[in-house]
Design a protein around this ligand. Structure first.
Ligand code: ASP
Length: 337
């Protein structure tokens, strides 16, 4: 009788163990060789925006995606893929990063960027730079060539002096349509004109996450910040764990209302939820976008070490694109695309 009880207990134990494993089985059967996702900002982009404008965004997203995908397909590193994809977006004036950055309340352009390598938890970030053509590259240099993680303002410029990053004068960043939008906003009621909304005026931060054939996971983000930001305002983007984060499991890049993203330590929240609850990337993303942040606050892209991709926003739209080694290729603007 006793022996029977012991057997029953063992059997029950085994059954319980199997059930637990099933409920926690979040790892996909297939691991992709590489995967990449990018965003060009979240906000509200009207569905009746001029077709040529929408087409220009789609083409830019497609081009950025092909740059990163090619690097990964050829066996390059996720660090290079993220940096070069973001460089392209920074150089494209459609986006609020690098050339095309929005204006501060004083009519200047002050740029923020960060990059993080999930495999060694190393990161580099800069804020308030005014002469660096590609802030993402300076962030990478902070990570690889300095003993520090985060440089601000004059200090970041001084660090840039010691590196080979390309410098430009302030005029380079001044895109006329953005400048006029800023002038109108400053002169008027603060309302956004319809054509400004149509132009994606409030959107355009850029980000990229990627996992390469060696399994290295990287996240990067670059922005001009929020229009009319006040003296010295730092957003979520260069704050490691808020707008940009990567660990051995997942890489995340954010866009949207920086203050809200920061207050929720958003990118790190997604990574921790996934790691400690042992749930899937999509479940963690749904928790962050649906339960942590309020509607209309932010959007995120993320890739996990298996090559799963998630891109979600609660703002109505987010310029985004993704691809992987299985042939996936996706470009989207509105939430329901
Ligand atoms: N999150 C950025 C910031 O607050 C802005 C954006 O993504 O549009 O600086």
């Amino acid at each position: 009788m006793k022996i029977l009880n012991v057997f029953t207990a063992i059997l029950l134990g085994l059954l319980l163990l199997t059930c637990t494993n099933i409920s926690k089985e979040t790892e996909p059967k297939e691991v992709k060789e590489w995967a990449i996702a990018l965003h060009g900002g979240a906000g509200y982009y009207p569905e009746d925006a001029p077709e040529e404008r929408t087409q220009a965004y789609r083409e830019a997203l497609e081009e950025a995606l092909s740059i990163g995908s090619k690097i990964l397909e050829d066996g390059g590193s996720s660090l290079d893929a993220v940096e070069q994809t973001i460089q392209y977006l920074e150089n494209n004036e459609l986006f609020n990063a690098g050339r095309g950055a929005v204006f501060t309340s004083e009519g200047k352009n002050e740029l923020d960027a960060a990059i993080m390598d999930g495999n060694n938890l190393n990161a580099g970030a800069i804020t308030g730079v005014t002469t660096v053509k590609n802030p993402i590259s300076l962030a990478r240099k902070v990570m690889e060539e300095s003993d520090h993680v985060f440089f601000a303002g004059d200090g970041a410029e001084q660090f840039a002096d010691q590196t080979s990053v390309e410098r430009v004068d302030q005029e380079y960043f001044k895109v006329q349509s953005r400048f006029e939008a800023w002038q109108r906003r400053n002169a008027g009621t603060g309302m956004i004109l319809k054509e400004e909304a149509n132009n994606g005026w409030k959107m355009g931060t850029v980000g990229c996450v990627a996992v390469d054939k060696d399994g290295n996971i990287v996240a990067g983000t670059s922005t001009g910040g929020m229009t009319n930001k006040k003296f010295g305002r730092v957003g979520d983007v260069p704050i490691i764990g808020s707008g940009t984060y990567a660990n051995e499991l997942v890489a995340v890049s954010a866009t949207g209302w920086g203050e809200k993203i920061m207050l929720n330590v958003s990118a790190h929240t997604l990574a921790s939820y996934m790691k400690f609850k042992e749930v899937s990337l999509q479940e963690s993303m749904d928790y962050l976008v649906g339960e942590v942040l309020n509607p209309r606050e932010a959007g995120f892209i993320a890739v996990d070490k298996y090559g799963n991709i998630s891109m979600e926003t609660n703002t109505g739209s987010m310029f985004r694109a993704a691809a992987d080694s299985d042939g996936k290729k996706e470009i989207g603007i509105w939430s329901n695309d």
